[in-house]
Design a protein around this ligand. Structure first.
Ligand code: ACO
Length: 328
């Protein structure tokens, strides 16, 4: 059986309890609430302090499954997008499968940095279509606080931790949430503008230096330029593929990396900024979790009506980018 239509039928989100305000961040290094707010729009973010990221992923997953009215046992597929997993093995998707009772699901993680949720949607759609799977759970979960370079003020102000989830249904008869188009793209990061080195614990024969710690390095200006260009391209591509105009889209949910990037994109496309959902002020850049957390919050707060269009767009390390458009 091949599923031709795919639907988003439930969303969920979970963030750590601990709120880290800009005031808290000023105690780490030479920065200010005024600089962070005016350059990024971020006022606070959440950071793990005792919780495990995989348990946040589970909380987000439970909420999405409840909203979709689907039991974990009915899931055919679980994909978690993360590059900061609690454990490398078992991976986060396997952890969810075994602890949520998703007995028959195929489960695996992917890493596409901040574009991870868009990639997980695209991969899930493809697998569901080929194998005739009915129900999939896709999750974006990241804890960039654990790979932050706390000596680099241009990046330590930006990141937060969290998880967001969505349930995809491949049943032709599902009437809500039909995905009209999705896309992903890769670009060579020749200038190493966004980098998180892998782990290197050393061996009895070689001790890595401190500079080899697994931390974020970013050329903010280059990533900013990439983000504004690629988001515009992706949004135009999605509209064309879905045979809709951007004017017809009620809500745009972009990667919440920096409020100014979202403002730029809205300005370039001459679209009203009110249609761009923003929660970067509360959560900062939560990487793969950013789009699904924002999507969930947008669905709860804005309550789009049946038939309205929602567009998602993300960009991140790799360099990667992707998005989707669906009809509520
Ligand atoms: N507090 C105070 N001053 C600062 C800080 C800080 N935290 N950080 C930098 N500055 C200073 C700089 O030293 C510089 O000072 P100077 O003019 O005296 O040299 C000045 O502020 C301007 O610095 P810029 O780097 O030019 O600041 P910019 O306006 O470009 O903002 C930022 C930096 C916020 C990082 C921006 O470039 C950005 O958001 N880039 C995109 C990042 C992004 O989207 N990442 C997403 C992907 S993340 C992922 O996939 C894991």
């Amino acid at each position: 059986m091949v599923n031709l239509s795919m639907h988003i039928i439930g969303t969920g989100a979970a963030v750590p309890k601990r709120v880290i305000t800009n005031e808290d961040i000023t105690k780490v290094g030479d920065t200010s609430d005024e600089w962070i707010t005016s350059r990024t729009g971020i006022k606070e973010r959440r950071m793990l302090s005792g919780e495990a990221l995989q348990d946040l992923a589970k909380d987000a997953a439970r909420e999405a499954l409840d909203a979709a009215n689907i039991a974990a046992a009915d899931l055919d597929l679980i994909i978690v997008a993360t590059f900061t997993p609690t454990n490398f093995t078992p991976n986060t998707a396997c952890y969810l499968k075994s602890t949520m009772g998703a007995g028959k699901a195929v489960a695996f993680d992917i890493n596409s940095a901040c574009s991870g949720f868009a990639y997980s949607l695209w991969v899930a759609q493809s697998i569901m279509a080929v194998h005739g799977y009915k129900n999939a759970l896709i999750i974006g979960a990241d804890a960039l606080s654990i790979v932050t370079n706390w000596d680099d003020r241009s990046t330590f102000v930006l990141f937060g931790d969290g998880a967001g989830a969505a349930v995809l249904c491949g049943e032709d008869e599902a009437s809500r949430g039909e995905i009209l188009a999705s896309t992903v793209h890769n670009f060579d990061d020749e200038g190493h503008s966004l980098f998180v080195t892998g782990i290197n614990n050393g061996t009895p024969f070689y001790k890595p230096g401190t500079s080899e710690k697994s931390i974020v390095t970013m050329d903010g200006k280059t990533v900013f330029r990439f983000a504004t260009v690629v988001c515009v391209d992706i949004m135009r591509e999605l509209a064309e593929k879905a045979k809709v105009t951007l004017d017809e889209v009620s809500y745009f949910v972009l990667h919440q990396a920096n409020g100014r990037i979202i403002d730029h994109v809205a300005g370039k496309l001459k679209l009203p900024i009110e249609r761009f959902f923003k929660n970067v002020d509360k959560y900062g850049n939560t990487s793969a979790a950013s789009v699904p957390i924002a999507l969930h919050q947008m669905m709860q707060e804005c309550r789009p009506k049946t038939g309205e269009l929602v567009m998602l767009a993300a960009f991140g390390g790799g360099l990667t980018a992707g998005g989707a458009v669906f009809r509520v």
